[in-house]
Ligand binder design. Structure first.
Ligand code: GP9
Ligand code: MN
Length: 623
């Protein structure tokens, strides 16, 4: 009798489903974390699962197996979402990411490319149960579990352990979000994010009382020397010219200057560099808003938010911006992007940035769709007459052209693949990426040739930069990591991934060509161009700096890197739990630094700068 009871428990739905769910969370932790321990998984995750299962056991009178099936389905879907998100973004998705679920349709090609057959294991129990159902053998025979003597005590125990985990980890600050989820438990981490997420962050913002003092505080934190306008190099050299900024989707630095199998990957851009200012290793500073964050940074010189796309959280605001400065100088300010304007909430972002016109979706038609939308070729072709029209009216313009074709997974139709690669690049993401970059290089070149033919070129400043990386180590196969390493001539590292190129081409001004090896970031694009256009930003609150007049830098990035990560003149630093256990890499040699204690001050400065940027954004008025 006693024996029967004991085995009955092990044959119960309660036990079986708990065991299944625990196995899944163990699998998830195994796939996510470098240091894996079953013991840690059990201590940190089991209590929640027991609570869920006990609640079902206690409340579900009829169709208990149905509820269990549902619980399993919900948790498995959550786990799948977490692992997929991790493989693309290198972070643990929190509930904020759910707000972006609507965007998945647009990037469905990318999502499919990230699916790994192992993920089927998350749904194995459900498949088995459904087969049993089809065979009329479901619900499986299950022994009832005594509620009073077993389920209730387990529920209380589960709740107590979950609460203890929650309280113990509540105030623990871990900069790296993946380590935070590992150490706190995935479900505890999610719960902590829900309870103490961005609201807590917003409340910690000090607010802005005096703009001049605030500006001064930023300058001091950045250790920027004030330079009188008369001493600023290139100030106003391009005054009154058109500004054409081309944002290239997923363009990293390494394809520039690269030859594969005797062919240049980006021959036209390489050629252009001889007559341009070139900032080869510009820090990618985008956050969860990816492409739209890059658009935001370049037009405001402010840090994007760490937890949410800035375009969504602050779409209702009025940002002090490059378009607004140029509107005041009677420029036409326009932005072009061939995707639907609702994606990334751009229908709000663009008015928030103050563009006088924005061209999107339908404007570009249905022709030559590649991946997400009409090709970059179409974008440039359709933008050109708009620019001609401005020129015909004698109006200076600022055009921000935001590319789309070179988006992950970099699939081009056969007739657009112009780069011939050695056979070992066949069917690899890296090969497709290079082919895609080659295409974009050609398309940008054709556009610039048209600008020349239309007489627009000579009177313009053309800037080109990449929005963010295209090849993330954790999202690509080992073969691809090897291929990129082969191209680089060294192991493909984080430092390589976070560099995007920034090029400024202004005929008659940049003709001598110059490469600026110092540290630069996307935040610096606006102040650098504003300097050339003769717009002093002394009263504007910005977090970047003019790269032509300042060569010492301190730049941060969040989201793709733990908060507190920074580039200074010597290193890239990324905290782990905090500063002391972080990692520092020499910018020149990429070698890890043993002793980086002298950079603690920079870590504190960057955290302060980022919190000031958040406070400033929060303080801005609504439109
Ligand atoms: C979407 C496109 C790509 O409109 O800009 O966005 P991404 O996925 O790179 O953020
Ligand atoms: Mn992008």
């Amino acid at each position: 009798m006693e024996k029967d009871k004991r085995f009955g428990f092990f044959r119960s739905h309660f036990f079986i489903i708990t065991a299944f769910l625990l196995s899944k969370v163990i699998l998830l932790r195994f796939l996510l974390f470098e240091e894996f321990s079953i013991w840690q998984a059990v201590v940190l995750e089991l209590s929640y699962i027991v609570v869920f299962a006990a609640i079902i056991e206690l409340i579900a009178i009829k169709w208990k197996p149905g509820f269990y099936l549902l619980l399993s389905l919900v948790l498995s879907t959550l786990f799948l979402a977490v692992i997929m998100y991790y493989s693309f973004f290198g972070r643990i998705a929190t509930y904020f990411a759910l707000f972006q679920a609507g965007q998945v349709g647009t990037i469905s090609d990318s999502v499919t490319a990230l699916l790994n057959p192992v993920y089927i294991l998350f749904f194995l129990d459900i498949a088995v149960l459904l087969v049993l159902l089809a065979a009329n053998k479901y619900p499986i025979h299950s022994k009832p579990v005594d509620r009073k003597s077993i389920v209730l005590p387990l529920l209380v125990l589960g709740l107590a352990i979950s609460a203890i985990n929650f309280v113990i980890h509540k105030d623990e600050m871990i900069a790296n979000n993946v380590i935070a989820a590992q150490e706190k438990g995935i479900l505890t981490y999610e719960a902590l994010e829900i309870v103490f997420g961005p609201e807590a962050l917003a409340q910690s913002n000090p607010g802005i009382e005096n703009a001049a003092e605030f500006k001064e505080e930023i300058r001091e934190l950045k250790k920027l020397e004030f330079l009188p306008v008369a001493e600023r190099k290139f100030f106003g050299d391009a005054r009154g010219r058109n500004l054409i900024i081309i944002q290239v989707e997923s363009m990293q630095s390494f394809p520039i200057g690269l030859e594969v199998g005797g062919q240049e990957v980006m021959p036209h851009l390489n050629n252009m560099l001889g007559g341009s200012f070139y900032f080869p290793d510009t820090a990618q500073q985008t956050g969860p808003g990816n492409t739209s964050d890059a658009e935001f940074i370049v037009n405001t010189s402010l840090y994007p938010l760490a937890f949410n796309p800035t375009s969504q959280t602050y779409g209702n605001k009025k940002f002090p911006s490059l378009p607004r400065l140029l509107n005041n100088l009677d420029y036409s300010t326009m932005t072009f992007h061939a995707d639907d304007v609702e994606f990334w909430n751009r229908d709000e972002l663009y008015p928030a940035l103050g563009f006088s016109e924005y061209y999107h979706g339908q404007f570009f038609g249905e022709e030559d769709v590649i991946g997400i939308g009409p090709s970059d070729e179409v974008m440039f072709q359709k933008a050109l007459p708009v620019l001609q029209e401005q020129t015909a009216q004698g109006k200076a313009f600022y055009a921000h052209l935001v590319g789309l074709t070179s988006h992950h997974p970099f699939k081009l139709p056969a007739d657009k693949k112009e780069l011939q690669l050695p056979a070992h690049f066949d069917n690899s993401l890296t090969g497709d990426y290079l082919i895609s970059m080659h295409y974009t290089d050609r398309v940008i070149h054709d556009f610039i040739e048209q600008l020349k033919a239309e007489g627009i070129y000579d009177n313009s400043v053309i800037a080109i930069y990449g929005d963010h990386f295209g090849l993330q180590q954790s999202a690509i196969s080992e073969n691809d990591v090897d291929l990129v390493s082969e191209l680089l001539g060294h192991e493909y590292k984080t430092l390589d991934r976070l560099n995007v190129p920034f090029v400024v081409h202004a005929p008659g001004i940049t003709d001598q060509g110059e490469t600026f090896e110092g540290t630069s970031g996307q935040l610096d694009i606006m102040p650098t161009l504003a300097n050339m256009l003769g717009i002093p930003l002394d009263d504007q609150i910005i977090f970047g700096q003019d790269l032509l007049n300042h060569d010492s830098n301190l730049l941060g990035a969040r989201y793709y890197m733990p908060a507190g990560s920074f580039w200074n003149d010597e290193i890239l630093f990324m905290p782990e739990k905090g500063f002391e256990d972080g990692n520092a890499y020499d910018l020149e040699t990429e070698a890890p630094l043993e002793d980086f204690s002298r950079f603690k001050e920079d870590y504190d400065r960057i955290l302060k700068l980022e919190s000031l940027s958040d406070a400033y954004l929060e303080s801005l008025p609504e439109r």
